[in-house]
Design a protein around this ligand. Structure first.
Ligand code: 13P
Length: 357
């Protein structure tokens, strides 16, 4: 069942975070939807600009139409991750997405405000939500790369001004994580004090943690033992830090690297142990199973397990096929995310952006 990104974010705020998984092939899509089914967790499916170029936007859309039919109990939103203005426009026009991210964080503040505002206007006209970014994460994702010297933590006062001026719906903040498998060096950790100050200024406003992969030591060791060349400083975000981040307003945690590490380990081990094999379906089956297990476990640790609204099958007895239409957003069964949000908002100091709605 497709759902609105905004409804999912607001239902989760302050209680749990949504896993936002970057996927772009059928094994990953099966694994993601199986894992979400097992955990009964709502998830966000993400396609970056580079993934859309790689697989073709239509291919990705069709994969999700299939997934919606095969796994009818999964509540999911479709998000365009790390877009530029052109790819956001394309995703918005396609009618297939519930939200887009405009990543103009590499631009000076005023230009970031201007680019984000243009995308917000375009997206809101069509009922989509917009994630923007302020500050810059270091690391490599797809073909995008930011050197450590160019990384910038989000300035909390600027974040408040940015949200007010752009009207964006959620904000990706740079609080010490980075994309890829080398997130922290030495004793570096997530900068929870920066997050706390952003939350103080933007209470009730959903924050997004990019670079949310855990980079498990065990995966790295297995990849190394099967010929991979990771050095031992590879490290990610510990689970304990994620739960603190959730209490500080992080409502969406982006994960790409962990899924790729599992892919690398499965295939390296398979071809090491079966040098005469060439059937992609054998390691493919193992990947789907292991990725599903990973997604299920991640949803549990983010507190999202069991939070999927149950489908009202009586409204659509034919296995919810209608929900697979592009742009279609099946209504959530009661209690709806938005009503849960309204009651949750009562009595809390809120960001004026929400109070006005
Ligand atoms: P990881 O590299 O930690 O998986 O981060 C992915 C991400 O932030 C996608 O936008």
């Amino acid at each position: 069942m497709r759902a609105s990104t905004n409804e999912l974010l607001h239902a989760a705020y302050g209680q749990y975070a949504l896993g936002a998984f970057n996927v772009c092939n059928l094994e990953q899509v099966h694994g993601l939807f199986r894992g979400a089914t097992e955990a009964r967790a709502p998830v966000i499916v993400q396609f970056t600009r580079v993934m859309r170029d790689y697989a073709h936007p239509l291919m990705l859309e069709q994969l999700l139409r299939g997934a919606a039919m095969i796994y009818p109990n999964v509540t999911f939103a479709v998000h365009h991750d790390h877009g530029d203005e052109a790819s956001c426009a394309d995703a918005i026009e396609s009618g297939h997405y519930s939200s887009v991210m405009i990543d103009a964080s590499h631009l000076p503040f005023e230009q970031n405000v201007a680019a984000t505002s243009r995308v917000v206007e375009m997206a809101h006209r069509r009922g989509l939500a917009v994630e923007a970014e302020l500050g810059q994460l270091k690391g490599v994702e797809d073909e995008m790369s930011v050197e450590g010297k160019d990384a910038l933590l989000t300035d909390p006062a600027q974040a408040e001004e940015f949200v007010e001026r752009t009207g964006c719906d959620s904000l990706a903040v740079a609080v010490g994580t980075s994309h890829g498998a080398y997130k922290f060096s030495g004793s570096q950790r997530l900068r929870l004090e920066v997050l706390a100050e952003i939350k103080r200024r933007l209470a009730g406003f959903p924050l997004v943690l990019h670079g949310g992969s855990a980079v498990p030591r065990d995966e790295i060791e297995r990849i190394r033992n099967s010929g991979g060349e990771f050095d031992s400083s590879a490290s990610g975000v510990p689970e304990g830090d994620l739960s603190q981040a959730i209490s500080l307003g992080v409502t969406k945690v982006n994960i790409a690297t962990d899924g790729r590490l599992i892919w690398t380990r499965v295939h390296r081990e398979f071809f090491r142990d079966h040098p005469g094999e060439f059937d992609f379906m054998q390691p493919g089956r193992t990947y789907m199973k292991d990725f599903a297990g990973f997604v299920e476990g991640k949803c549990r640790s983010l507190g999202a397990a069991g939070k999927s609204p149950t489908l009202d099958h009586s409204a659509n007895p034919s296995r919810n096929h209608a929900a697979a239409k592009p742009g279609a957003s099946a209504s959530l069964a009661k209690p709806s995310a938005s009503s849960a949000l309204k009651s949750k908002r009562k009595g809390r100091r809120e960001h004026p952006k929400f109070a006005a709605r």
